[in-house]
Design a protein around this ligand. Structure first.
Ligand code: GAL
Length: 912
């Protein structure tokens, strides 16, 4: 029997007889998009001109009224289409197509400018064929010749490999064209592990999909952010000479996201083999509850308290003759050092056929535990083994968990282990440059650490079930989590999420949905059906995670009523309403579920809509948003309402931590990415990042911007973000005045540029003589050379020989005195070179209006910086070798950096 922990299988670790990764050597081919369905002439008998129906979704690929109708005809759940021409005098807004389902045309209101149609009778949904029809679609067949296809490993996102194109792409994908593709995987499963049950698992595939195994149809169109587990017992072939062929068709053009969600098999895959009696998938629940006084944490040691661990495990017996069968469950609880805290066993008798038997583990008195916290994220592991009557281990599982006390209070906000703690959160989508949404599991810690670096302590998984590697990272690194379900009305999706995630101590809030995604039936978020659907998800969260007391919330202002069904009221922007919401809802805790949406670009100091550039001063936000200092500090808000100025607001989530592809705001093309991020998409800090560092973090902070490279005599607006009480600016050694720093705000001066240097001095107290800290900027000279370094420690200790780790190489343009040159007079293109044993996976520069491809061996510098992701070529590299990355640019001295290749035996990856 094989029992191992496959490091990169983010699926829950019910290990059964065997668990194999299915991530390597897929064959891949882009496919033609399916021909669009054309509507019959009489498809929409009811004319909806000059009527607006609410609760519809945008159809991204419709560019006129006809294609808008066709978009509706191609969906079996669409009864209405609406096209807005966007002409002068129209009230409907910009050119756009909206489709969806409404009950009756009288649900729509008069509004000028719309064209549209309604059909009251929906056509029956198409029934998928049982088998692959090779005449129609040869790629799904077992014998299809795919030898000429490209070989790749998953996770994979094929959209990010494209080139932006205003005509072929849409705003949500950052103008990267989205098509469809086939993935095929040939594999054998040894007869030695032949089992009674076999499951095929995908942690996430993005797009409308169809999956075939050995020519048999398995499934189409499941939810795209949710793990998928398919029973393939009757289809999987065993034996070294018998090949299995898995074929997956992915159509990325059908999506419901207004942000970049890529397309492809963008998370990991595996095969799990089980006996008919086994531990149920995600069936171990290990809640840990503080049951005594807490001994507070210190800088060096975690808080401790007596905890109870009322753990349960589900044994599943699929098939007959289960009733009365006897098994033993053995369990072992270990601490973070692997020391056994307690162990025991319980005998159990199965309750019935085709059924689940839930068994309480008697862990007895586990005594005092180290509590999980932001500063000391202490974890424990619970191992469970299912033992047959002859003593054989039939199945086993290991889950990490932690004990902590998380309380939301209507008046006093959030506390963790009895310490009042403001939730200083960031909301994030999933993508990184070069990877799109197929971010390797090994980079999830980097994504979290990059947020902690400016003082954030919480992450909202907007707007979907995250990859579980992210939650492993937040557990390990001490980051609180708002875990978000994608779509209201999909209770099964929420059930999968809560069963999979309930043991993660970092998760403190369950969320039902976000804004438009809370609309369950197309009739609006407040429609009776949407409310019933939301209640169903609340009930699922409460019953499946019935011990950890996690509140259920959502980012939906319409549900913040006096008698709200939410446990935690989520205020979506609307900073100026906190006091009113508190007056309205006395007895429920409140959080700012989404805030800010400030927009800025790194090292840009003008707004230029035509070029897609947003100024970097934290002065810009869309109509619904606010600057960082207003949203968090209430600086220019009525009565100073802000997250940090109101104790009853538990905290908040800035939209967003990282810049992401798509949803370019405030202007679209030529802008191709969001400008909301506190850091840019490559992870470089913007000026605005320092506002967060100053006020999210207790450490002294002093920062001055912009750079000091201007035209002689030019007026420059200098800002300082700092938490010192007073800050003084010097231009070429002459004081421009000392100013008091208002809490949660900034100070600014207008000065005249003269080459040389500029600096700010920070004073701890008003009137201090002594300077506590100085921050200087020098005028940079002409670029002369490149400097390559490992960025953010990603790869400092090397990369794994299995190709799963990534190193992040930062390249900076320097002048002769090693000062980073912050402005490019002409484009500087850095060319990356790499030895055969390594691969440049992709590049990024944080430029939100850059149209060059991410997946390439060269990239333009943006304000002195560019980065690349590097990995080992697992097929040829050896442990101990060095991967050498060289960087060159015309007219500049190049540089080189070596990344060492390390062993990864510890992962125990078993791939088919
Ligand atoms: C919110 C929405 C986000 C994003 C953001 C931009 O309303 O929840 O998904 O669109 O606006 O400001």
């Amino acid at each position: 029997m094989k029992l191992f922990r496959p490091y990169l299988l983010a699926l829950p670790l019910t290990q059964g007889k065997a668990l194999f990764g299915l991530n390597q050597d897929w064959l891949f081919q882009l496919a033609d998009a399916p021909a669009p369905v054309k509507c019959a002439d009489d498809a929409f008998p009811i004319d909806l001109s000059d009527k607006q129906c609410l609760g519809l979704s945008p159809a991204l690929y419709a560019f006129d009224a006809d294609s808008c109708g066709d978009a509706c005809c191609s969906s079996s759940t669409c009864s209405v289409w609406q096209w807005c021409n966007g002409d002068d005098g129209d009230d409907c807004g910009d050119q756009s197509c909206w489709v969806g389902n409404i009950e009756q045309e009288t649900d729509c209101q008069d509004q000028k400018g719309w064209l549209g149609g309604f059909q009251s009778e929906l056509p029956p949904p198409p029934q998928p064929a049982d088998d692959c029809d090779e005449d129609v679609m040869p790629e799904c067949g077992q014998s299809f010749n795919d030898t000429a296809w490209r070989t790749l490993d998953i996770p994979h996102d094929f959209v990010v490999e494209g080139t932006v194109d205003q005509d072929k792409g849409d705003t949500s994908h950052g103008y990267l064209p989205v098509g469809s593709a086939w993935y095929r995987k040939h594999f054998t499963v040894s007869g030695d592990v032949k089992s009674e049950l076999s499951y095929l698992q995908f942690e996430g595939i993005m797009g409308a999909i169809e999956i075939y195994l050995n020519g048999k149809f398995l499934i189409s169109n499941p939810a795209r952010y949710t793990p998928l587990r398919l029973d393939v017992t009757d289809l999987l072939a065993f034996g070294d000479d018998t090949e299995n062929v898995l074929a997956v068709h992915v159509d990325g053009s059908d999506n419901d996201a207004w942000w970049y969600d890529g397309a492809g098999i963008y998370r990991t895959a595996s095969i799990e083999l089980l006996d008919r009696v086994h531990l149920a998938n995600c069936g171990v629940y290990a809640p840990a509850l503080v049951a005594g006084d807490i001994v507070p944490e210190t800088e060096d040691s975690p808080a401790t308290a007596k905890c109870q661990v009322p753990a349960t495990v589900e044994i599943e017996c699929l098939e007959d003759a289960c009733e009365g069968l006897e098994y033993t469950l053995e369990f072992e609880l270990t601490d973070g050092e692997g020391e056994v805290v307690t162990s025991g066993s319980v005998d159990t008798t199965l309750s019935g056929d085709d059924a689940v038997t839930t068994v309480a583990m008697d862990l007895g008195d586990v005594g005092s535990m180290k509590l999980w916290s932001i500063a000391h994220p202490s974890l424990y592991a619970l191992k469970t083994s299912l033992i047959g009557s002859d003593g054989e281990v039939l199945d086993s599982s290991s889950v990490n968990f932690g004990c902590r006390k998380a309380i939301f209070d209507a008046d006093n906000g959030f506390s963790l282990n009895d310490v009042p703690t403001k939730i200083l959160g960031v909301a994030n989508h999933q993508d990184l440059p070069g990877f799109g949404t197929a971010v390797p599991d090994s980079l999830q810690e980097h994504r979290v650490k990059a947020m902690q670096a400016f003082g954030s302590n919480a992450w909202r998984t907007a707007h979907n079930c995250p990859t579980s590697a992210l939650l492993d990272a937040t557990d390990k690194l001490g980051m609180l989590v708002w875990d978000e379900n994608h779509h209201n009305g999909q209770t099964d999706e929420a059930i999968t999420l809560v069963r999979r995630d309930r043991n993660h101590p970092s998760i403190i809030i369950w969320s039902i949905c976000n804004e438009a995604l809370c609309n369950a039936d197309g009739n609006g978020n407040e429609s009776p059906a949407s409310m019933v659907a939301a209640q169903e998800i609340i009930d699922a969260y409460h019953s499946i995670d019935d011990k950890m007391n996690r509140p259920v919330s959502s980012n939906q202002n319409g549900w913040n009523t006096a008698d709200t069904f939410l446990d935690l009221v989520g205020v979506d922007y609307a900073v100026e309403t906190y006091d009113n919401v508190k007056d309205l809802i006395h007895n429920k805790p409140i959080i700012s579920s989404e805030t800010a949406s400030s927009v800025s670009d790194r090292s840009e100091y003008i707004n230029d809509n035509d070029a897609g550039i947003v100024i970097g001063y934290d002065t810009e936000a869309p109509s619904w948003g606010s600057t960082a200092e207003d949203a968090w500090g209430g600086v220019n808000v009525k009565n100073g309402q802000g997250i940090l100025t109101r104790d009853f607001v538990s905290g908040g989530f800035t939209w967003t931590g990282w810049d992401y592809k798509g949803e370019p705001t405030p202007t679209s093309w030529p802008s191709v990415a969001s400008h909301f991020g506190i850091v840019d998409s490559a992870g470089f800090w913007k000026d605005r990042t320092f506002w967060y560092k100053s006020w999210f973090d207790d450490e002294p902070e002093l920062y001055l911007f912009p750079h000091w490279n201007w035209e002689e005599g030019e007026e420059v607006r200098m800002w300082s973000f700092s938490n010192y009480k007073e800050v003084e600016l010097f231009v070429n050694g002459v004081s421009e005045g000392r100013k008091g720093m208002d809490v949660y705000s900034h100070v600014e001066w207008n000065v005249t540029f003269a080459a040389g240097g500029v600096e700010v001095r920070g004073y701890e107290n008003v009137g201090d003589e002594e300077v506590a800290e100085t921050f200087k900027i020098k005028t940079a000279g002409k670029p002369t050379k490149l400097r390559a370094t490992i960025m953010d420690d990603v790869g400092t200790e090397g990369v794994g020989v299995d190709g799963l780790d990534i190193a992040k190489v930062k390249v900076e343009v320097l002048d002769a005195n090693d000062v980073v040159v912050p402005v490019e007079e002409d484009a500087i293109t850095v060319k990356f070179g790499i030895t055969d044993n390594g691969v440049v996976v992709g590049t990024g520069n944080g430029n939100n209006f850059d149209h060059d491809p991410d997946v390439a061996m060269e990239r333009n510098v943006y304000h002195g910086k560019v980065m690349a992701w590097i990995k080992a070529d697992r097929k040829i590299v050896g442990v101990g070798e060095e991967i050498v990355v060289s960087v060159e640019a015309e007219g500049l001295e190049g540089d080189k950096i070596a990344v060492v290749v390390v062993d990864t035996k510890v992962r125990g990856v078993g791939e088919l």
